[in-house]
Design a protein around this ligand. Structure first.
Ligand code: ADP
Ligand code: ZN
Length: 732
């Protein structure tokens, strides 16, 4: 028998506050409350939001309980959602309020829609234009004319609220009351898709059959870039929609590519719901509500879309499943890929993990039969995989301060002559990774972090990539005071762009780096322009590796293939392999007469990762990686958890960590080992010292229980100490 969903008297309410961990009892208002209902409850002198988590327990004393203050006019969280949050909390050891906050991220849920004022673009630009006014209009433009709450708009533009009001008075903006949230246009799964190639058709059929079971299952869909994976999983989406269930496609980019949304529209005749940090508050609220009311069929979003309250979720696609952006390591530590699998198992839904270069974890899960595996073997149509080669930098005459070898330069010149595009890949933002003084040797570091300041010449600032702190580029050395000796060491994309401009003055070059675009829309536009052929040479960081189609691109040059190979991290090889394989896959996607060419500049052409990329023997590479993990008892063969402690005072955090380590008996009891404490990979961030411990346990060991027991028995932490548990850490 399923538990009752309606509570006439008392209810336990999960309360959304920082301090209260857990669930409190309240008296139900007249008429009762239902499971998942969002409510406002009194807590001390405050009123806070909460969600009904279950019936009141046993004989509660009505006189002692405070009543729920009011019900929020929003759809209740479905039982599956509640179970998902509860189990995610147990798995990730995250307190429920933090998870609940993620699940109710729609703004203004507790305000009736009619009370919300929305600002949108109305008349012509005002006669009197100021920088502040222009900034406001630009924000609106960047969001395609969308509506904003007034405060939100001012905040995004970095101006005071009076600027927005001034524009309303001047008639350039108008203020209206928000209409009731409206359903999304229905997608039509009956429209014909592209005729599929044989292996695509087979894969699509397998996924359709899996969906028809209406049960849980996970499929690893593997195929090189351009093999038509997207086309295949859109068929799975179609089947899901035909069944009247909802589908979610997760993409790694913060900004979803316009190309992808267009593709969905071409396939289903309407646009999907879009969820990421770039959408407006009003849009976020609408999507949240419509997901719960089953008024949106398909949502395309970044990792946090996994927490939308879908009424009936039948399919989750995790595209580029290996991408590290699926792992959140801030506030709540979780892997959206793994939590997608958890959620699907609760909702009786299917998961499709799509990738050209799966994570070792997914590869092993597929090999062991835990996941189904589908392979697309060739590129779709006539496009061939690019030809691959290395450029041995030990044998090239490199000029000082130059990073493009003569061989690569010659290939670029050839592409330019033929009217084709070249892509130079360097995974380093900014101008140069190191700024140092030639007089005393001092390097400029961040005041708050254990990190170097990186020169960003386009902005004319030094920037810390850890905390974002910036400062002007000094002319005199901050250490020895000598003038004019500060020098840039090593290349970043901006410096590479400088070299390109010097060596190919005729060519039009575009730098693609996340920090150079003030909005997601500006980045999308730049990408669209490149796709249309508006540039000869693209210089980019890892954002170019991700799913964009550049039809005229026939040459990829990896400037420093050795960059990711060093480092003690067990995942270094896997990461480098994935990144370089993806980047190389950008060349020659559309076929045509010229086959693509990818060249890796390296000092160590014999390195196993470089050799695996050249030979195309990806499976052998994964098998070797998996074997190495198995031998070391590392994931997915063993389990890892990280404990990260931080405090402004180094001795305080170190002492406490050592104290914890001394009391690790509950960990030893399950056969786990504790490593550390040791300085975290970045030992200081934002003026807090960071210490890390790593727990390695056998695969089946009850790690979460042991960690909870261990931490609960620990002495009270010093004031201002932060402790985070990272189950399945990304780097180890
Ligand atoms: P992947 O997701 O594996 O990178 P895509 O699905 O994006 O591959 O396909 C690569 C290109 O080939 C896209 O431009 C896509 O439109 C095209 N394509 C894939 N399958 C087909 C098909 N069956 N018919 C026509 N075009 C296709
Ligand atoms: Zn910093």
């Amino acid at each position: 028998m399923s538990p009752p969903l309606f509570y006439p008297h008392g209810a336990r309410i999960a309360v959304l506050t920082q301090e209260v961990v857990g669930i409190l009892d309240y008296l139900a208002p007249e008429g009762g409350v239902r499971l998942g209902q969002l409510v406002v409850v009194p807590l001390g002198p405050r009123r806070v939001m909460g969600a009904v988590w279950g019936p009141g327990i046993g004989d509660f004393d009505a006189a002692k309980l405070r009543p729920v203050a009011r019900l929020i006019d929003a759809p209740p969280l479905a039982p599956g959602m509640i179970e998902f949050l509860a189990r995610m909390g147990e798995y990730t050891l995250t307190p429920l309020p933090s998870l609940l906050r993620m699940a109710t991220r729609a703004p203004d849920l507790d305000q009736p829609p009619s009370a919300r004022r929305i600002i949108h673009r109305a008349g012509p630009e005002p006669a009197r234009m100021t920088d502040a006014r222009a900034a406001v209009l630009r924000v609106i433009e960047d969001h395609g004319g969308a509506g904003f709450a007034p405060g939100e708009l001012a905040q995004l533009a970095g101006v005071s609220a009076s600027v927005v009001q001034g524009l309303v008075k001047a008639g350039a903006l108008a203020e209206v009351l928000a209409p009731r949230d409206v359903p999304y246009p229905k997608l039509d799964p009956g429209l014909p898709g592209k005729p599929l190639a044989e292996d695509q058709a087979e894969a699509a059929e397998t996924l359709r059959a899996a969906l028809k079971t209406r049960g849980y299952g996970t499929t690893l869909l593997r195929g090189v870039t351009g093999s038509g994976k997207t086309e295949v999983y859109l068929e799975a989406v179609a089947e899901c929609l035909r069944q009247g269930r909802q589908a979610l496609v997760l993409l790694p980019e913060i900004a979803l590519s316009a190309e992808f949304l267009d593709r969905v529209e071409a396939r289903f005749g309407a646009r999907p719901g879009e969820w990421h940090s770039g959408i407006t508050r009003s849009e976020r609220r609408r999507l949240w509500t419509m997901a719960a009311m089953h008024h949106v069929g398909l949502v395309v979003g970044a990792r946090s879309a996994l927490f939308l309250p879908f009424a009936d979720l039948g399919l989750i696609v995790v595209d580029e499943e290996h991408d590290s952006s699926y792992k959140q390591e801030d506030a709540v530590y979780y892997s959206a890929r793994d939590m997608a699998v958890l959620r699907a198992s609760i909702e009786a839904a299917q998961v499709v993990l799509a990738s050209a270069t799966p994570s070792v974890e997914s590869w092993v899960n597929a090999a062991s039969g835990k996941y189904r595996r589908l392979d697309l073997r060739a590129r779709y149509g006539t496009a061939d995989l690019p030809e691959m080669g290395t450029i041995d930098l030990r044998q090239q005459e490199m000029e000082k301060g130059r990073w493009i070898s003569p061989r690569l330069a010659a290939e670029i010149a050839l592409r330019k002559e033929r009217g084709e595009q070249s892509l130079l890949f360097l995974n380093r933002r900014g101008y140069a990774p190191i700024t140092a003084c030639r007089a005393c040797g001092q390097q400029i570091g961040c005041d708050h972090c254990d990190a170097r300041m990186v020169e960003h010449r386009f902005q004319n600032r030094l920037v810390c990539h850890q905390c974002g702190a910036t400062r002007p580029i000094p002319t005199a050395c901050p250490a020895c005071g000598v003038e004019g000796k500060m020098t840039a060491i090593g290349p970043g994309v901006e410096r590479l762009a400088e070299e390109v401009a010097e060596r190919f003055p005729e060519a039009k070059a575009t730098v693609l780096s996340s920090d150079l675009f003030h909005s997601a829309r500006a980045l999308k536009e730049a990408i669209a322009e490149i796709g249309a052929g508006g540039t000869d040479i693209i210089i980019g960081t890892q954002i170019v590796a991700k799913g964009h189609n550049f039809p005229r691109l026939t040459l990829v040059g990896v400037i420093d293939a050795d960059l990711g190979l060093q480092g003690a991290d067990l995942r270094a090889a896997e990461r480098s392999f994935q990144l370089m394989r993806q980047v190389a896959g950008r060349a020659g996607r559309e076929g045509g007469d010229a086959r693509g060419l990818a060249l890796l500049q390296t000092h160590q052409p014999e390195h196993p990762v470089i050799r695996a990329i050249l030979s195309g023997e990806d499976e052998a590479f994964w098998d070797a990686e998996a074997a190495a993990r198995q031998a070391a008892g590392m994931p997915p063969f063993g389990r890892l958890a990280g404990i990260i402690l931080s405090h402004p005072d180094q001795p305080v955090v170190e002492d406490y960590a050592r104290e914890l380590a001394r009391r690790a008996e509950p960990l030893r009891a399950i056969g786990a080992e504790l490593f550390g404490p040791a300085p975290a990979p970045i030992a200081r961030i934002r003026a807090r010292y960071r210490v890390r411990m790593l727990i390695r346990a056998p695969r089946q060991a009850p790690v979460q229980g042991a960690i909870s027991q261990w931490l609960q028995a620990a002495p009270k932490p010093p004031t201002n100490l932060r402790l985070a548990v990272d189950i399945d850490p990304q780097s180890f």
